[in-house]
Design a protein around this ligand. Structure first.
Ligand code: NAD
Length: 268
């Protein structure tokens, strides 16, 4: 990368376009998480943050990041545990009274279902993947809606495997397809309240979740070889695009799936 794009980004960051905004961020596991990239940019642009961690196991990795981000709220949240998402939203309500941005950057499927063929996946595994990776976004939207009386933005992380077959993405393909459909229906239902809903679809990134996919390195190599921009994306790239979607610059956009993949998805 030459210096010019970095300089442009610095100027954009200095605009502090999210000053006074409050953002809920679900999905930081460590410093490689896409959610961390998004939280960093939200913060750099002036937003206040609520950051969650799954449970006590990843907490030691997430806590220093939340501290570095100056998060106002830091709370546990396993969306599969009844009441935890509700509890953290209650904390948001008590602390802030309102919310402007809610980011859902989580996915889960049992390893045996994720690494096997879709045709062999078990109902229980499929249901769990759908609940954690997709329906929890609906629940998050339901909890965010009353906290966004003047509008806001809901964001979810998708992947190209939602619309095209990506070998080894297996059951996550249909799950992400459902997530993208959920984004469109929520955009329709919440549009009149000026709550805008988007999916962001990053190219492959080396994260903890990605390490659960078989032959993930092949996806990275292919992305590098085939993406028109000729570089892999990083979590800051995803954060910048996610942040853009929350700003007034995108005020008439809703229901989109925005790719951050260096153009990889346009290739045959
Ligand atoms: P990551 O492992 O850093 O993040 C996944 C997060 O999901 C973790 O923070 C984990 O704690 C959380 N999670 C799992 N089960 C949960 C539950 N029951 N309750 C609450 N949180 C739970 O990996 P990542 O790559 O940053 O993944 C974030 C999102 O980005 C996912 O939706 C993933 O599908 C999507 N995505 C990733 C890539 C990639 O190549 N890494 C590409 C496109 C989309």
């Amino acid at each position: 990368m030459n210096d010019r794009p970095d300089e442009t980004i610095k100027v954009a960051i200095e605009s502090k376009v999210l000053r006074g905004k409050r953002a809920f961020v679900l999905g930081i596991a460590n410093e490689h998480s896409i959610a961390y990239g998004c939280a960093k940019v939200f913060r750099q642009l002036g937003a206040e943050l609520a950051v969650t961690y799954l449970n006590e196991k990843p907490r030691p990795y997430v806590e220093p990041l939340a501290r570095e981000l100056g998060a106002t709220i830091f709370a546990p949240c396993d969306v599969g545990k009844s009441g935890e998402l509700e509890a953290v939203f209650q904390q948001v309500r008590e602390t802030w009274g309102s919310l402007d941005i809610a980011l859902h950057s989580i996915a889960f499927a049992p390893k045996e279902d994720l690494q096997g063929r879709l045709v062999d996946s078990f109902g229980e595994g499929f249901k769990l993947a759908m609940d954690i990776s997709c329906h929890s976004f609906v629940r998050m939207a339901r909890l965010a809606e009353p906290l966004m009386p003047h509008g806001g933005t809901l964001l979810a992380m998708s992947y190209h495997g939602a619309s095209k077959v990506v070998p080894n993405y297996n059951l996550m393909g249909p799950v992400k397809a459902a997530l993208e459909s959920v984004v469109r229906y929520l955009a329709y239902e919440l549009g009149e309240k000026h709550i805008r809903v988007h999916a962001v679809s990053p190219g492959p990134l080396k994260t903890r979740a990605a390490s659960g996919l078989k032959d993930f390195d092949v996806l990275l190599t292919e992305a590098l070889e085939r993406a028109p921009i000729g570089e892999l994306v990083d979590i800051d790239d995803v954060g910048l695009t996610a942040a853009y979607l929350t700003t007034p610059f995108a005020r008439r956009l809703t229901g989109t799936v925005t790719y951050v993949d260096g153009g990889l998805s346009i290739m045959a």
